[in-house]
Design a protein around this ligand. Structure first.
Ligand code: HEC
Length: 157
């Protein structure tokens, strides 16, 4: 009897979250997607800043630059997942992501690909530790940030 009672409590306890979670998840998705995208982009911004600061130092901070290069490369690999459909301004959430990300997917994909290519090149150059080569590669990498921002990010936000 005791066991039966426990089982009858357990069943609704297991069922309720199973029923609620998908509904709540569906509602929370755009806001969550924007929030985690912005967190990831700020981390990317910090990693890229660390690279540039490291290159400006009298003695280039090679280890720090190499670590940051790996972070940037990881970010590039993950970036395609940061812009799920429905996480644009139409979601009613504060975001600087332009609707063109989703209405011009081939162009956006090309912007991500350009960034990924330069992030890979930068990582390779950072491994060499050559300051002049790292500076040139960091500039090329930065151009791909700007290239995407110019087309797909609302300026001034
Ligand atoms: C393929 C497109 C793309 C590339 C490449 C890209 N970004 Fe962005 N970035 C965006 C978009 C879109 C936003 C606006 C996101 C939002 O508000 O939801 C953004 C926003 C940001 C933000 C602001 C986050 C905040 O606080 O609101 C920073 C910082 C940033 N990017 C840094 C970088 C850096 C640094 C690079 C290159 C190393 C880079 N991004 C490359 C598209 C890109």
């Amino acid at each position: 009897m005791k066991r039966l009672f426990a089982a009858s409590l357990l069943v609704p306890a297991l069922l309720v979250p199973a029923l609620l979670v998908p509904a709540a998840g569906a509602l929370a998705t755009p806001a969550d997607a924007v929030k985690s995208r912005i967190t990831s982009l700020r981390e990317l911004g910090a990693a890229f800043k660390a690279i540039n600061d490291g290159l400006k130092a009298d003695e280039p901070q090679t280890i720090l630059i190499q670590q940051s290069a790996r972070q940037v490369r990881n970010a590039a690999n993950q970036m395609p997942g940061w812009f799920p459909a429905g996480s644009g301004p139409e979601a009613g959430v504060k975001t600087s992501a332009k609707p063109e990300i989703w209405s011009q997917p081939a162009k956006f994909k090309a912007a991500v690909a350009a960034f990924t290519t330069e992030a890979g090149k930068f990582q390779a150059v950072a491994a060499s530790g050559n300051p002049a080569a790292m500076k040139a590669a960091a500039r090329s990498l930065g151009m791909t940030c700007k290239g995407c921002h110019d087309s797909f990010r609302v300026p001034g936000n």
